[in-house]
Design a protein around this ligand. Structure first.
Ligand code: SAM
Ligand code: SF4
Length: 348
């Protein structure tokens, strides 16, 4: 059994320019927070989680009140958008309470990323009524054999496509779907997924495989670069580049040249890093702050909160954490070290 080798959480050095906004030492302003609400999942995607992964004891997961308190501190410090993620956020029985508690704080946008396996029309309507604004799905293949071998779940791709339709009907849009493309597994699914984007009028985003899998099986040979994905799609559906849809967007956007609805997004953290425009900070399900997806140090705001820290001291702590955000992920640097936490325990 693989045990995550977590770094001891310590206190970040105090930020020399402590103001009222989350900024890092490279001049980037933090506007987006990803709140992981669980490290559990009902899938075991090959690029994310090994079958024998160990989960946190449930009592360590932040409660809806604790999540809302951290979200309110982030919003107070200038964060505008919150995304709930995991693990699989829909496995949390108190998800509705979490959505309602965070939505009540009034973020500009409250989105959630899900594998879509547990979404029903009634739940999607309830999430919307509780204040969720958008849903993003993961969908790596429309072919059931490939889907099963990539997700190592009993869910079918049709269930996720149905869930995407349900989200559109519930008004949880613009709906996006993410596919991680892994060489030798799902390159042939790129064109069918692009066709789905046209059929449903959604944005299909293709993500380069990153070294964040719990099995540590990532290797550059398994990476399918964004440029190759664009070529594959363009041969079937010519594309028009649109650039980024906003300054901090991680995706390069494309429209279909024939005017069909839907969009293609390319997220290329490995071949076209976007670290210079990053406005994100992550908080894990047990309350560890990770200024970067690839942080190898993390800071324990959850423990401070549970020890009775005041809002002001949590704000100061978060300002110090943000200041430590590293300049870039350095995947291609000689000394690159894969974080001990896999994506599922970080909050993707
Ligand atoms: N369980 C939800 C889901 O799958 O949508 C939310 C959590 S998942 C960790 C968030 C996103 O991270 C998913 O879109 C997934 O495809 C992506 N992801 C996970 N491991 C990855 C990796 N090694 N490289 C690139 N993306 C990854
Ligand atoms: Fe679960 Fe999402 Fe990771 Fe897949 S990518 S194992 S659905 S957390």
């Amino acid at each position: 059994m693989r045990l995550p080798l977590l770094q001891p959480a310590t206190t970040p050095p105090p930020s020399p320019s402590r103001g009222d906004a989350l900024v890092d030492s490279h001049g980037r302003v933090i506007r987006d927070v990803r709140l992981s609400i669980t490290d559990r999942c009902n899938f075991r995607c090959v690029y994310c989680m090994e079958p024998d992964v160990r989960f946190l004891p449930r009592e360590q997961l932040l409660s809806p009140d604790e999540l809302a308190r951290l979200a309110s501190i982030c919003l107070w410090l200038g964060v505008r958008r919150v995304r709930l993620t995991g693990g699989e956020p829909t496995v949390r029985p108190d998800l509705l309470e979490i959505i309602a508690a965070v939505a009540a704080l009034g973020p500009e946008d409250l989105a959630m990323t899900t594998n879509g396996s547990l979404a029903t029309p009634a739940l999607a309507r309830a999430w919307k009524a509780a204040g969720l604004t958008r849903l993003t799905f993961s969908l790596d293949s429309l072919d059931d054999a490939t889907f099963a071998s990539m997700t190592r779940s009993s869910c079918s791709s049709g269930t996720v496509v149905d869930a995407i339709r349900v989200a559109i009907d519930a008004g949880l849009g613009p709906v996006k779907a993410n596919a991680v493309v892994v060489r030798g597994r799902n390159e042939r699914e790129v064109v069918p997924l692009a066709r789905l984007a046209r059929d449903l009028g959604i944005e299909m985003r293709f993500i380069e495989y990153m070294p964040l899998d719990s099995g540590r099986a990532w290797d550059p040979a398994k990476l399918v670069p964004a440029s190759e994905i664009v070529d594959l799609i363009s041969r079937e559906f010519p594309l028009v580049p649109l650039g980024k849809d906003h300054e901090h967007s991680t995706a390069l956007e494309y429209a279909f040249a024939d005017g069909s609805p839907g969009r293609i997004g390319l997220i290329a953290p490995v071949t076209r890093p976007f670290c210079g425009a990053c406005s994100r900070l992550r908080i894990t399900a047990e309350g560890k702050v990770r200024p970067c997806l690839f942080s190898v140090e993390e800071w324990d705001i959850g423990a401070r909160m549970r020890a009775g820290a005041s809002d002001q001291s949590l704000r100061d702590f978060l300002l110090d954490c943000a200041w430590t955000k590293q300049q870039g992920h350095g995947i291609d640097a000689p000394g690159f070290r894969q974080p001990d936490r896999p994506m599922s325990a970080i909050g993707g």
